[in-house]
Each structure stands twice: as structure tokens, then as C-alpha cells.
Design a protein around this ligand. Structure first.
Ligand code: C2O
Ligand code: CU
Ligand code: CU
Length: 489
């Protein structure tokens, strides 16, 4: 029995929408190049981001109901430079209250776009966002408390690339859409008509929403792209609600050059990398070495769980296939040195805080799923340190400029933990040193067993009425209360 048949027969409480694997396998599509807004040369006007309802064909032939930011699904790729201030005009016309959070940016709480900076339908939010940090791949998405999962799934997400003098002059591929690609990876569920589906159930509350179809930049995988001979750069965001993705190359190792918050000290070759929702990695593909290559994604990147084990595990899909053309592209060699990355200095920490992520704190998840009409609200079925997220409760107060160690642990399954307002270094992940590709600047850490520890420092203010968040980035867990708030002053 295949997964879909099983889920149908499993009946009540299970999501039965999918026929996605069939959609996925039928065709190879061209890689959609997300529209680029390149502001490196200067910013003359305010930057408009219009949140709106729309329709989008993922490749099934049917128009799904989506949200988009200036586009019918997802937002533009914004390319900006360290030292700029970004004057945003974010208008919301989705018919519901929303927010736009700048995930990964080192910015004060009042422009962070978290749950306290709500934009009502028909209104405009006009933050001036200062870019002080080093070159890094960041993103923006809805952070509307209780509805983050639903709104982000529908398309309220985009990429924000920060460049700096070093990255702009680095000997790396940087011609957008030619040898430098931005990839937004998501998993979707489609109904029998080919329309994107999102339904909450008890199972979804447990694991978060997982679709069976991989989508790249809004097109059902596999997608294909012809590239010049030479090095090709892929800047990859896992924008799934809940799914961990295992990434590898068809030929050769996967060569990682940057993580969430910036470049690694030198390229790291790995057999595969595990990417949680919210994480970003940049990789280089050597198209001199192979005529063709492909980025493969294992949808059971988290090592399985119930369904994976039941159906025999490894579900690997080609996300992007690359074919070399005769055109000469970026001519440089694989870099040996990327950035000056000092080892983390835990001895500098003056404060240690502990966070325990908790599931199912006494609420009936199945009942919740039905009652809440596809959103969690203040249901509070999940918690951190025994407290479900409350908008009017500050959980931690941090002193600006202090170096701190945060120790995060969980009761059972794997959770990706994210902190606003900073990049941090992972000291240990599940009781072990992080893999080399995750040893640089991060704002996400995996927490499954033992302690995960990060070393962080906050340099900007986050007052009581505009606190930062820390949370599980499985969006259904976050919506359900696995989130807390902290001030910095
Ligand atoms: Cu990407 Cu608080 O979020
Ligand atoms: Cu964030
Ligand atoms: Cu979680």
C-alpha cells in the first residue's frame, strides 16, 4: 500500500489531500528565477512590498489560491549592501492581519517585524531597516502569531541577500540567474484537482505540516537549468513549514560555503547536509568537473519518523538538475579561504539560560485542530519552560552587549530552534560539536537529544512593546505556543 492509500484508509484525523508524488514525477520544468530587486547600486525610493491574495500554478495546471509579495506567489529576492538603510513600505491587502519579519537580520526589535508589529488589512507598515551585518542570506516571512504557518505556506515569504565589500569583490560566481541562483525549497500538498492544500489535524500538530511534493521557487520539482562551464553558486532556503531536508549532489560531495549568517572560513565538503525549516546554506557546484549534476533532496531528512519507517525510508527527489552549456561562465577556481572566522569563545559568556521545548502540555490536539479552523491561535498546546507563548508576557530580559550561552533541550522529537536579533555560533548540537558546515554563523540550531548550546550576543534594543522572539521554526509548533519573548536593553 502506498503512502496515499494508507493515509486515506487511515481515515479520521489524517490528512488525505495528497496526490503529490504523481504530480512530482510527471515532468521536468524550467527553474523559475525569482524576480530580483537589486539595490546594491543605491536606493532612491521607498521599497514597496505589497502583500496580496493571488493565484498561482505550481505546475499542476490548476490555479492554487496563494498569497504573494509583489508577485503571485512568494516575494522578490532583495539584494542589498551592508551600510544601507532599507526604507520599506509594506502594504497588507491579504484580507487578514499579518506581519513581515526579517529573519536573520541584526536589527532593533521595533523594526524586526515580529508578532507585535501587526499590519492590519488595508494598512501600511514603514520600517527603516538598517543593514549592519556581514554578507549573508536572510529571508522574510509572515510572523502573525497563530497564523504564521498558514500565511507563510500560502506564500508570504521572500529572500533578502546582504552583500558587503568583501563578498562583492570575492572571487565567486555572482551573476544572478546565470551562475548564481536563489532556491526556495518547500513541501506542498496538492488535492486531486492540483490545488495547494493545507489542513490541520492531530498529526499535523504533532509533526507540523508536511507535504509530499517538493516545490522549488514555486514550481513542482524536478526543475532544470542550463548553466555555463565553471562554478555555479546555489543560495538555498528551506522554507518548509515543518520538513527537514537532506541535501546532496548527484555527483560528488555537496560543497558548502556559507550558512545562515555568513561565509564559512573555507568550503566544507559533505556527503549530505541536513537543513531544518528556516535554515539557509550556500553551496558551490563545479560544472567543470561534471557535464551534468543535480541537487537531490531527501524528504525524510530528519531520518524518518513514523511514515518514513513504515514506507521504507529514503524518499529522495531531484530538486534541480543542472546541465552544462558551452558558454564560458565564472572562471575562477574553487576558493580555499572565504572568511576570517574566529572560533567561538564560550569563556566570554556571563549568563547562561536554559530552554526546554515541550509538546502536548495537556491539550487535546485533535480537538484543537478541528476547533481552530486551520490555525492555532493562542491555543497553548506547546510551550517553552512550561509556558505557552503569551503576547503580553516577557520571558527573558537580556542586557545589551552581554555574551550569553543558551542551552536548549527537548522532550522527544527534533525541533529547529531560532533566535531573533542576532547570529550565533553553535557550541554543541545534541550534545556533540556541530557538523563543519554548521560551525559558522547561524540563527538556527537543531535540538533532538541532550543539550544544544549556542553562544550569542545582542547589540540592539528590543523594548517591552517590541520584544524579540525565540521559537521552534516548525511553524505549527510556533503558532501553538512553542515560542517565547525577550527584551534587550
Ligand atoms: Cu523565521 Cu521568528 O522566524
Ligand atoms: Cu527570525
Ligand atoms: Cu518544534
Amino acid at each position: 500500500m502506498d503512502r496515499r492509500a494508507f493515509m486515506k484508509s487511515a481515515g479520521a484525523g489524517m490528512l488525505v489531500a495528497g496526490s503529490g508524488l504523481a504530480w512530482a514525477q510527471s515532468t521536468t520544468r524550467a527553474l523559475p528565477i525569482l524576480p530580483l530587486t537589486d539595490l546594491i547600486g543605491g536606493i532612491e525610493d521607498r521599497i514597496s512590498l505589497a502583500l496580496m491574495p493571488s493565484g498561482h500554478d505550481f505546475g499542476t495546471g490548476a490555479k492554487s489560491q496563494t498569497f504573494g509579495i509583489n508577485h503571485d506567489y512568494l516575494g522578490p529576492v532583495l539584494k542589498v549592501k551592508q551600510g544601507q538603510t532599507l526604507p520599506f513600505d509594506v502594504t497588507n491587502n491579504i484580507g487578514d492581519t499579518s506581519t513581515i519579519h526579517w529573519h536573520g537580520l541584526h536589527i532593533p526589535g521595533d523594526v524586526d517585524g515580529g508578532p507585535h508589529q501587526e499590519i492590519e488589512h488595508g494598512f501600511k507598515w514603514t520600517p527603516d531597516v538598517p543593514i549592519v551585518q556581514r554578507a549573508s542570506m536572510n529571508w522574510f516571512h509572515s510572523h502573525m502569531h497563530g497564523k504564521t504557518a498558514q500565511q507563510t505556506y500560502k506564500g508570504l515569504a521572500g529572500v533578502l541577500l546582504v552583500e558587503d565589500d568583501a563578498s562583492l569583490s570575492a572571487d565567486l560566481p555572482k551573476t544572478y540567474g546565470v551562475d548564481d541562483f536563489t532556491l526556495i525549497l518547500q513541501d506542498k500538498m496538492f488535492d486531486a484537482e492540483g490545488k495547494m492544500a493545507y489542513e490541520l489535524s492531530a498529526a499535523v500538530f504533532e509533526d507540523g505540516f508536511e507535504g509530499d511534493t517538493l516545490v522549488v521557487n514555486g514550481a513542482i520539482a524536478p526543475v532544470a537549468q542550463t548553466v555555463p562551464t565553471g562554478l555555479v553558486r546555489l543560495r538555498i532556503l528551506n522554507a518548509c513549514n515543518a520538513r527537514f531536508l537532506g541535501l546532496s549532489m548527484e555527483n560528488g560531495p555537496i560543497t558548502v560555503i556559507a550558512s545562515d549568517g555568513g561565509f564559512l572560513s573555507s568550503p566544507v565538503d559533505a556527503e549530505s547536509i541536513l537543513m531544518s525549516p528556516g535554515e539557509r546554506y550556500e553551496v558551490l557546484v563545479d560544472m567543470k568537473a561534471f557535464e551534468a549534476n543535480a541537487l537531490n533532496v531527501n524528504l525524510n531528512g530528519n531520518g524518518g519518523g513514523f511514515f518514513a519507517n513504515l514506507f521504507g525510508g529514503n524518499q529522495t527527489t531531484t530538486a534541480l538538475s543542472l546541465t552544462r552549456s558551452a558558454t564560458k561562465g565564472f572562471d575562477g577556481a574553487m576558493p580555499t579561504q572565504l572568511a576570517n572566522l574566529e572560533p567561538p569563545r564560550p569563556d566570554e559568556a556571563s549568563v547562561t539560560r536554559s530552554f526546554q521545548l515541550e509538546m502536548d502540555i495537556g491539550a487535546d490536539l485533535a480537538a484543537l485542530a478541528l476547533a481552530w479552523d486551520n490555525f492555532c491561535g493562542d491555543a497553548g498546546a506547546m510551550a517553552i519552560n512550561g509556558q505557552p507563548m503569551k503576547m503580553d508576557r516577557i520571558d527573558e530580559e537580556v542586557r545589551k552587549g552581554d555574551t550569553e550561552i543558551w542551552r536548549i533541550s527537548v522532550d522527544d522529537q527534533l525541533h529547529p530552534f531560532h533566535v531573533h536579533g542576532c547570529s550565533f555560533r553553535i557550541l554543541s548540537q545534541n550534545g556533540r560539536p556541530p557538523p563543519a558546515y554548521a560551525a559558522g554563523w547561524k540563527d538556527m540550531v537543531h535540538v533532538a537529544e541532550g543539550w544544544s548550546e549556542v553562544l550569542l550576543r545582542f547589540d540592539y534594543d528590543a523594548p517591552k512593546d517590541a520584544p524579540y522572539m525565540y521559537h521552534c521554526h516548525i511553524l505549527e509548533h510556533e503558532d501553538c505556543g512553542m515560542m517565547g519573548q525577550f527584551t534587550v536593553s
